[in-house]
Design a protein around this ligand. Structure first.
Ligand code: FES
Ligand code: FES
Length: 127
């Protein structure tokens, strides 16, 4: 299957690969797996005192579309509020990356991972 140029760009030059200390209380960590293929995505956000995501990192063990989806979403969430990050839809990722239907679940992984990261952060803050 042919990947779009945008997928290849993110795959070859992934943005924001890495990780933060998950015990730091300014960090939210989301780890999700895709039952369809066994791929795993870890996505972390660093939130400042105003509730704005100032940095994000990911590690993805998976296909090119999963890596591109996580790379793209780490770029998108920077500078956003938690609510704004929660409202990102996998369909927006799939559209931006021109994912074919069989690869749409890769973008769902990114949406789920960011939601899990926000929930983890909120839980740490006690809400
Ligand atoms: Fe091949 Fe996900 S199915 S890496
Ligand atoms: Fe399963 Fe991409 S995450 S094929």
């Amino acid at each position: 299957m042919a990947y779009s140029n945008k997928v290849i760009d993110h795959y070859e030059n992934p943005r924001n690969v890495g990780s933060f200390d998950k015990n730091d209380d300014s960090i939210g960590t989301g780890m999700v797996g895709a039952p369809a293929c066994g791929d795993v995505m870890k996505l972390q956000i660093k939130v400042n005192e105003s509730g704005i995501i100032e940095d994000a990192k990911f590690k993805t063990y998976g296909c090119g579309s999963a890596i591109a989806s996580s790379s793209l979403i780490t770029e998108w969430v920077k500078g956003k509020s938690l609510d704004e990050a929660m409202s990102i839809k996998n369909s927006e990722i799939a559209e931006e990356l021109e994912l074919p239907p069989v690869k749409v679940h890769c973008s769902i992984l990114a949406e789920d991972a960011i939601k899990a990261a926000v929930s983890d952060y909120k839980k740490k803050k006690g809400n």
